[in-house]
Design a protein. Sequence first.
Lengths: 134, 332
Amino acid sequence: MRLVFDSLTGNVRRFALAVSREAGGVPVGSVRDAPPAPGEPFLLLTYTFGQGEVPASTAAFLRSHAGGLRGVVSSGSYHWGENFGRAGDRIASEFRVPLVARLNKGGTVSDREQVTRWVRSHLSGGGETYGTLD
Amino acid sequence: MTRTPFTATNWSEPEDSFSVTFYEKYTSQLWFPEEIPLSNDAIVWKSLTEAERWTYMHASAGLNALDTLQGEVGMPALRGLVPGHIRKATLQFQGMMEDIHARSYSLMNKTFLSTTEERAVFAWVEAQPQLQFKIAFIGDVFADPDTSDFGLWRKMVVSCMLETALFYSGFYYPLLMAGQGRMVSAGEIFNLIILDEAVHGVYVALLAQERFEALNDAQQAEALAWFDGALDTLYRNELAYTDTLYARVGLTEDVGRFIRFNFNILADNLGLERRFPDEDINPVVLNGIRTRGTTHDFFSAKGSSYAKLNVEPLADEDFAELWPERPAVAHD
Ligand SMILES: Cc1cc2nc3c(=O)[nH]c(=O)nc-3n(C[C@H](O)[C@H](O)[C@H](O)COP(=O)(O)O)c2cc1C
Ligand SMILES: [Fe+2]
Ligand SMILES: [Fe+2]
C-alpha cells in the first residue's frame, strides 16, 4: 500500500506526508513524480477544483493508474456547499472504491488519525475491511 | 538610453499554471448586489431586537471599512509589486470585487437604516479603536517600502489575514442569522462575498508561498517569527473587537471559536502549521456557509435562489442528528 497525492496549494501534500509518517513510513508520492507500479495498491488523496470537479492532473493520473486504486480522500472547503470535497465522491463512484475521508482544507487531527487507521488496516494484506467510517 | 519594450498580455502562454483558472473563476462568479432584492429582509429587520440590529449593522460597517482598505490599498499594492500581466489582471479583478463588496454593505445599510442611523454607524467606524488598530496595522504593512521577497510576503500575508481570518468576526452574525432563517437575502449577499474571499485568500496565499520558498533558512525563521507576532497581536485585538460587537447578544465566546477556526484555515492556505487546536464551530453558522454555496447558481439563478430557501428558523438542537461531532467526515 502506498499513498499518492495531488495538491495545488499544499493541504493535501501536508496531510499525505503526515499520514505516511503516522502510519509508520508508508511510501508516499505525488501523481506527477511517483506513480505506483502497475497493480500496486494505493490510497489516492486529492482536492476539489472548479465547481466540484476532479483536478485535471488527478484525472490524467487515473486514466493510466486506476488499477491499484483502493480508496480516496478528498479535500475541499466548506464554502462550496454541496460541492464540498465533491472530487472524492466522483472518484469513489466512478471507480467503486470507498471515500475514506473528506477534509476541510488541511484536515483535523482526528481526520489524520482516521485515515492513518484505514491505511494501517490495509497494510500487508488486510484489505477487505475498508469502507467503515466511524 | 534604451527602454525595455512594453509587452502585451499573452493568455496563450500564462506565467504560471494556476492564475488563469483563478481569473476564470472570478469572471464566472461576478455578481452585483443590485441583483439580490432585500425587500423581504427589510420586514424581518424591524422584527429584530435592538441588540440584534446593533450587532448586525456594526459588523457589516466594520467589514465595509476592511473591504475599502483591500480595494483601495491592499490589492493595488500587491498588483503593483507582483510581476506578470495575468497575475496583475487577476489581482485587479479581486480589487474590483472588494469595492463591490464595500458597496454591498453600504446598500444594505441604506435599505435597513434611517439616514441618521447610517451616519452614526459610519461615525462609529472612525472611532472604533480595535477596528482602527487593525486597519492601521495592516495598512502599515502594505505601505512598508520593503519590497524584497520578505517584504512582499508580509504584504501578502496581511492580505490573506483579512480575507481568511479577520473578516470572519463580521461574517459570523449574518451567517448565524441566515442559518436560522433570518435576513436570508442579505445572507445571500454575505455568502457571495465569503465565496469571493475564500478564493482571494487561496490565490494570494499561493503567491505568498512562492515568495516564502524564495527565502533562505534564516529569513524563513525570521518570517515565521514575524508571523507569530503579527498573528498574536491581531488575534488579541480581534477578541477585543469581537467582545465589543457581540457581548450584547451573548455570542463573544462562540465568535472567538470561529475566528480561531479561520486562523487555522489561513495557516493551511499559507502552508504553515495551524496555530490553534481543532475546535468545532457552531453548526448553525457552518450551515450558513455550507448550504448556500450551491443554492446560488452563478450562471442562471443569480440572486433568485434566496426565494427558494426554506425560512423555518433552525436551532442548535436541530443539528444534533445532522451533525455528529465531526461534520468534515463523510458517512458513506
Ligand atoms: C478555483 C478554486 C476552486 C475550488 N473549488 C472547490 C470545490 O468545488 N469544492 C470544494 O470543496 N473545494 C474547492 N476548492 C477548495 C480546495 O479544494 C481546497 O482549498 C483544498 O484544500 C486544496 O487542496 P491543496 O491545498 O492540496 O491544493 C476550490 C479552490 C479553488 C482555488
Ligand atoms: Fe472583499
Ligand atoms: Fe477579498
